[in-house]
Structures are given as structure tokens and as C-alpha cells.
Write a protein that binds this ligand. Structure first.
Ligand SMILES: NC(=O)c1ccc[n+]([C@@H]2O[C@H](COP(=O)([O-])OP(=O)(O)OC[C@H]3O[C@@H](n4cnc5c(N)ncnc54)[C@H](OP(=O)(O)O)[C@@H]3O)[C@@H](O)[C@H]2O)c1
Length: 422
């Protein structure tokens, strides 16, 4: 393997893992690391000079590859642009900058004849990007669906196992270091939306704009939903999905009921699990650590080794680079999505209420598969309904009608149900 000279932007959690792993990998020479605060005490001493000026790496003609593990949108974007302009190859873990500026960065990289490697940006240690990009090259990808955020999976797993409410499970995840002090990006599913944008580019050729992705976080889920879901044979997971539908691409992330018999239901704790559906291979599934110092470093250093192996070959960048359009993906109307739904509502416990719910559902073409009513002490009843497959727009219209009825006390949940291969 040719000796490749590398510079690294960032020396935090992932950067530390990269330095640990690079020590065991021959053929790669880390020449310089850039950080925000060079006097900060670190878990590890860098094997090279550490600077607060990232341009020292970018302007260094000897450095051929920039590892970007600083994260965030700015100044990562400007530094990546500058590095590509200087014809340096990029290895990045930064899902946010790719999801927000992927089309521009990939266009610039193609013009400059360099490659952007991004295995670490989605699903951490799971080699999902290379599997879709290279391993499944003979396939037309139909759908990529999965648990793409370890923090929310950890919280949902705790809520179910310990019958905890959301706030208690979140506080425990923060105390254990599984959730950030500001958990918004994880619990409101922005993090998964960024990853779906990247997976959409890989599977279907264009990045999806993160703000156009249909998104719902996990903060409204209650322990009662886990109990009810289990009664119907399901477990609640935050599922992200990008799929090719007749009306265009459907990209969405929301809490979803997964049948207990499906392997995705058994992805627990901070793990990730992803199902990829290709026209030739059918369905395959990968499970593993979606984050963490060493799993993420495994993805970064794997990319580096691939790069280093091929760097001296002519036109290697185009071989490695996923064919990604400089246009954003056109997403289909979320209202066209078809799947079964789970609903939980509190109603006044009067005779005829169930009949009225049935009439409203029928008027929107919704057919009920199962319904369970539990009396609650204060004259109200909890009603849980599972429908047959229905268009999302019809489901929403039925909810609108229900919300106008005097008998409805509260709509507690309306979640889709995962159907394998849908
Ligand atoms: N952590 C994970 O498990 C994980 C998993 C998958 C992907 N990722 C992605 O990997 C990237 C890095 O994550 P991380 O957890 O390692 O972050 P982190 O621990 O916060 O580390 C960020 C590093 O970047 C440096 N930095 C920040 N702003 C800078 C600036 N303006 N100039 C120079 N250096 C700057 C920081 O310097 P100081 O040390 O001086 O503050 C720090 O060393 C992110 O894009 C993240 O989304 C992380």
C-alpha cells in the first residue's frame, strides 16, 4: 500500500478513536490535527502536531486526504470546500453537512477529480454505505428502512423494559452518556432525517432536502403505547425509511409499530438495524453499533484504507464516488403513503361511541382490523384501534372528523405499522 499523508479536522470522540486505530494501520501517516482548543486535556496524546488553524492542513501540499470529524454545518462546509478545491480527498462522518450541502460538495468533488468517502456518516460501525454502493451494485434498490439513531432506540427500549415515561428514560440516557445535554436533534429525529437524505442519494441518486422529509420524533410516546402495541403483537421503534414509490420517492421518519416477529423489533439498546430491499437480492438486514468512538473510527479508517489502496490508480475517484446528482430529490406527497395504522384515543364512555367511530372511518374508506376498549375510572374509556392498510391522507381526514366530535376527549397516538417490503 502506498504511504498516504493524512490531516484530521477534529479530535473529539471520533477523532480519538481514529488515532487509536491508525496506530495499528500501516501505510497511513497522520501529519497534523486541527482542533478548536489546542490546550484542552485529551484522553490521548496525538502522534503529530495539533493546531487551531485548520488551513495549515488544507494548504499543506503533502496532505492528500482530509478526515473531517469536527461535525456541524459551519465551518465544516467552508473547510471541506477549500480542501476539495485543493484536490484533497475527503473522509467524513458529518451527516449534517452532507445532508445540507451534499449536491454542491459532490459536484465540486467530481469537477476536481477527488472522492468523498462517508461510511461513518450513517449507522456508525455498520458498513451500510459500502454495502449499498458496491455490494448491491447489481440491484435496483427499492427501499432502505431502519433504526438509524442509537439514542432514541436506547430511550424507547428503556421505556418499554422499565415501563418508564419519556422524560425519565431521557434523563437516564443522558446520565449514561447515550444522549446529549441538548437531545433535540436525536429525539425530534433531525439526525435521522440527515441520514435519510444521504441514504436517498446513495440508493436513488439525489439527496433529499432534510426539511422536506416527513418527520416526527419520539417525545409523545407513552408507556401505555408500548403496552397496547404489545397486546396487538408489536413493538414501537423510530423507523426511518426511503423508498421508491410509483409517485416518486417517499422519505420519512416516525415512531412506527414493528411486528414482534420481525428482526427490527429485536434491535435493542443503542444499536442500529437496517433492512435494505433490492430487486435481485430481496431483503437483507444489518445490525450493529450505530455510533461510539471505536465503531465510528472503524468506518473512517476503513474508508482511509480503501482510499490508500487505490489512490495511485488512474481515475480511481470516479470508481469510488457514488453517482449523485447535483439536483435535490423530488419527494412524493406524504399523504399518498399507504400502510396500516395504530390509533389510541380517550373517549367519553357513552353508548354508541364505537359505532360513531366506525361510521367516520367508513366514510374515509378506512377499515378496522381490531379494536380494544378499556374502561378507565373517570367515565372515560381508552380505545385502541388497528386498521387495515389505508392512505395517510384518508387517515388524517378521519382524525380531523374525530377531533370535531364531542365524545373525543383526547387523541393519544396515531402511528403507522411497518409492513415488510411495503
Ligand atoms: N460520536 C459518535 O458516536 C458519532 C457517530 C457517527 C458520526 N459522528 C459524527 O462525527 C463527527 C464528530 O463527532 P464527535 O462526537 O467526535 O464530536 P466531538 O466529540 O464534539 O468532537 C468535535 C471535534 O471537532 C473540533 N472542532 C470543533 N469546531 C472546530 C473548529 N471550528 N475548528 C477546529 N476544530 C473544531 C473540536 O475541538 P476541541 O476538541 O478543541 O473542542 C473536537 O475535537 C460529527 O459529524 C458527528 O455527527 C459521531
Amino acid at each position: 500500500m502506498a504511504k498516504v499523508v493524512v490531516g484530521m479536522l477534529g479530535f473529539g470522540t471520533v477523532g480519538t478513536g481514529v488515532i487509536r486505530l491508525l496506530g495499528e494501520t500501516s501505510g497511513l501517516h497522520l501529519k497534523r490535527v486541527a482542533v478548536k482548543n489546542a490546550s484542552k486535556k485529551r484522553a490521548l496524546t496525538a502522534p503529530c502536531p495539533v493546531t487551531e488553524n485548520p488551513m495549515e492542513l488544507i494548504d499543506d501540499p503533502e496532505i492528500e486526504v482530509i478526515i473531517e470529524v469536527m461535525g456541524g454545518e459551519h465551518p465544516a462546509l467552508e473547510l471541506l470546500r477549500a480542501a476539495i478545491e485543493k484536490r484533497k480527498h475527503i473522509v467524513t462522518a458529518n451527516k449534517e453537512v452532507l445532508a445540507k450541502h451534499g449536491p454542491e460538495l459532490f459536484k465540486l468533488a467530481a469537477a476536481k477529480g477527488v472522492a468523498i468517502f462517508f461510511e461513518a456518516s450513517v449507522a456508525g460501525g455498520i458498513p451500510l454505505i459500502s454495502t449499498i454502493h458496491k455490494g448491491l451494485e447489481a440491484n435496483k434498490i427499492m427501499q432502505v428502512t431502519g433504526i438509524l439513531n442509537g439514542t432514541t432506540n436506547f430511550i424507547l427500549s428503556s421505556m418499554e423494559e422499565k415501563s418508564e415515561d419519556f422524560q425519565t428514560a431521557l434523563a437516564a440516557a443522558q446520565a449514561l452518556g447515550f444522549a446529549e445535554a441538548d437531545p433535540t436533534s436525536d429525539i425530534e429525529a433531525h439526525d435521522v432525517a440527515y441520514k435519510l437524505s444521504i441514504l436517498t442519494a446513495l440508493a436513488f441518486g439525489s439527496f433529499a432536502r432534510a426539511e422536506e422529509i416527513y418527520r416526527k420524533g419520539i417525545s409523545s410516546i407513552s408507556p401505555e403505547d408500548f403496552r397496547q402495541a404489545k397486546e396487538f403483537g408489536y413493538r414501537i421503534k423510530l423507523l426511518g425509511s426511503t423508498s421508491r414509490k410509483s409517485g416518486g420517492l417517499d422519505v420519512r421518519v416516525l415512531p412506527t409499530l414493528v411486528p414482534l416477529s420481525h428482526p427490527l423489533a429485536n434491535v435493542s439498546g443503542a444499536n442500529n438495524g437496517i433492512v435494505v430491499q433490492g430487486n435481485a437480492v430481496g431483503e437483507l438486514m444489518m445490525i450493529g453499533p450505530g455510533a461510539g468512538e471505536m465503531p465510528t473510527a472503524s468506518a473512517i479508517v476503513g474508508d482511509l484504507v480503501n482510499l490508500a489502496t487505490a489512490l495511485k490508480l488512474p481515475d480511481f475517484a470516479s470508481y469510488f464516488q457514488a453517482a449523485v446528482s447535483s439536483e435535490w430529490a423530488k419527494l412524493s406527497d406524504p399523504g399518498d403513503w399507504v400502510c396500516p395504522y395504530y390509533l389510541r384515543l380517550y373517549v367519553h364512555d357513552h353508548p354508541g361511541v364505537i359505532g360513531q367511530i366506525g361510521t367516520i372511518f367508513g366514510s374515509h374508506g378506512l377499515s378496522i382490523r381490531s379494536i380494544i376498549q378499556h374502561g378507565v375510572d373517570d367515565g372515560h374509556a381508552s380505545v385502541t384501534i388497528v386498521t387495515h392498510a389505508v392512505k395517510e391522507a384518508n387517515m388524517q381526514a378521519a382524525i380531523q372528523d374525530l377531533s370535531k366530535k364531542e365524545f373525543l376527549k383526547r387523541m393519544a397516538a396515531c402511528l403507522p405499522i411497518y409492513v415488510s417490503g411495503n
